[in-house]
Design a protein around this ligand. Structure first.
Ligand code: GDP
Length: 378
């Protein structure tokens, strides 16, 4: 009877249920729970203004995240400091909800004194870690909103001869805090061989400067096609991308692209650029890994630094945390106290019961004895 009920709710059980415990449904349960809750992902885009960041984000997520953006003029940009603009949207596809947050950094590299541009971004990334760290140590740990930056698309200009000092500085300052994925912007401005040369120049400079960009995990699959895709992915870094907010008619088919007097560049055509590869990597294949590396590597680094600082911090700084810990301790003590009380009560009742049973047994014995002596008398 029980097995029938189970198979109704969990789907058909294997033919031999004798050795079937049931944990094979765990992945499904986790999956269902995650689908219900939805996924959160935070993407940061960094690069000097005009490199096509907003256009690429709109092309990636087929949305218009920047509809009310005001582009500052040259005079405003000279003195402008780096701003942080966060916009979130919920994207639902086949019943799966993705809460996407895009963090834009307008003003990066724009001002005359641009070498400090990275500071505001480092502060933002650290602030998100700090918020998570505080939430994690608080009482409401179940409902933490994860605003940590899971991936940073770093836009490299197609016009230079490799990395500029500001690119190197930014990546060096951020590479231990966030997964950096470098991209070559506006790849349609370059010929095929120029793209190839710029890619290898950028990779050489990244290695020379000991910069750790996001590393794709090694492929453990036996599937040859998947293995090949993984190799191609690794070899394509930095991705050469093209963005566009318009669709064009190509042989009766609507495609996202850029129309020039000499022809059309198609955003989603792998022969024209690496856009599809980048989108697949971000959304289909590596979103979870990007989140895991953020949590397990970058955030853990931050957390261990915090613990170190907490330990060496003067008493006054530690009081806040100690107060929180003492609240938890007090709660636990209260629970322990109540448990002990209940246990004592139970023991008392058991003793009373034992006494009553003994008394009753004694009474029975006395009664039996008196009946026997009465019998004897008669
Ligand atoms: P942002 O300031 O980095 O966000 O740059 P925008 O997305 O606002 O783009 C600046 C200009 O570059 C706009 O005129 C875009 O149409 C153009 N643009 C965007 N992406 C590309 C691209 O891939 N190739 C070319 N050639 N132009 C682009």
């Amino acid at each position: 009877m029980e097995t029938d009920e189970m198979s109704d709710t969990l789907g058909p059980l294997p033919s031999s249920t004798t050795n079937y415990v049931g944990f094979a449904t765990l992945p499904d349960q986790v999956h269902r729970k995650s689908v219900k809750k939805g996924f959160e992902f935070t993407l940061m885009v960094v690069g000097e203004s005009g490199l096509g960041k907003s256009t690429l984000v709109n092309s990636l997520f087929l949305t218009d995240l920047y509809c009310d953006r005001a582009v500052p003029n040259a005079e405003e940009r000279i003195s402008k400091t780096v701003g942080i603009e966060r916009s979130s949207i919920d994207i639902v596809e086949c019943g799966v909800k993705l809460r996407l947050t895009v963090v834009d950094t307008p003003g990066f590299g724009d001002s005359l004194n641009g070498e400090d541009s990275w500071k505001a971004i480092v502060k933002y990334v650290d602030d998100q870690f700090n918020q998570y760290y505080r939430d994690e140590s608080g009482l409401n740990r179940k409902n933490i909103i994860d605003n940590r930056v899971h991936c940073c698309l770093y836009f490299i200009s197609p016009y230079g001869h490799g990395l500029r000092p500001i690119d190197v500085k930014f990546m060096k300052e951020l590479h231990n805090k966030v997964n950096i994925v470098p991209v070559i912007a506006k790849a349609d401005c370059l010929t095929k061989s120029e793209v190839k040369n710029l890619k290898s120049k950028v990779i050489d400079e990244i290695e020379e400067n000991n910069i750790s960009i996001y590393q794709f995990p090694d492929c453990e699959s036996e599937d040859e096609e998947f293995k090949q895709q993984n190799i191609e992915l690794k070899e394509s870094i930095p991705f050469a991308v093209i963005g566009s907010n318009t669709t064009i008619d190509v042989n009766g088919k609507k495609v996202r692209g850029r129309l020039y007097p000499w022809g059309i560049t198609e955003v989603e055509n792998p022969a024209h650029c690496d856009f599809v590869m980048l989108r697949n990597m971000l959304i289909r294949t590596h979103m979870q890994d990007l989140k895991e590396v953020t949590g397990d590597v970058h955030y853990e680094n931050y957390r261990s630094q915090c613990i170190q600082t907490d330990k060496s911090a003067p008493m006054s700084k530690r009081t806040g945390r100690m107060k929180r810990e003492s609240v938890i301790l007090e709660e636990n003590n209260e629970k322990d106290r109540m448990l002990l009380e209940k246990e004592a009560e139970l023991q008392k009742m058991q003793e009373m019961l034992k006494k009553m049973q003994e008394q009753m047994a004694q009474q029975n014995q006395n009664q039996n004895a008196s009946t026997t002596s009465q019998g004897n008398l008669i």
